[in-house]
Write a protein of this length. Structure first.
Length: 134
């Protein structure tokens, strides 16, 4: 057997989920304005996709928007009027700063606190990068 035949035989024996490459996708924010409040309806869904605690994401968003927030079940309520583009832009910044590994560019990370410092530890490549506290 030549190399190509062996490779074809090996690939045919692999499970299908290994061959499929799934992209890292963040759900689009679903927001609505009610009076002087903006409701982000799918905060929990976004946090699950990012593999982050809703409290951490909410703290980042409220700090960047300079407004008060509250959390009710799966949604967040922001004081003030904000459009969906603002949420998309800020979530994208959050992902770049607190989710994506700066070494291998994969989203398989977790945030760990050691003493007073926070680190982004990549579960894919093992890199440990310092990050700022929120």
């Amino acid at each position: 057997m030549d190399y190509k035949e062996l490779l074809k035989r090996a690939r045919s024996q692999l499970p299908s989920e290994i061959l499929e490459h799934e992209r890292f996708e963040i759900p689009k924010p679903r927001s609505s304005v009610t009076g002087m409040r903006t409701i982000l309806a799918n905060l929990k869904e976004i946090c699950e996709a990012l593999n982050r605690e809703p409290h951490h994401v909410l703290k980042f968003l409220s700090g960047e928007m300079a407004t008060a927030t509250t959390m009710e079940k799966n949604r967040a309520i922001f004081q003030g009027k904000f459009d969906r583009d603002t949420f998309e832009r800020l979530i994208e910044r959050y992902v770049k700063e607190f989710v994506i590994c700066p070494v291998c560019k994969r989203p398989d990370t977790k945030i760990v606190k050691e003493r007073r410092f926070f680190f982004l530890i990549c579960e894919a490549c093992g890199a440990k990068s310092s990050i700022r506290p929120v």
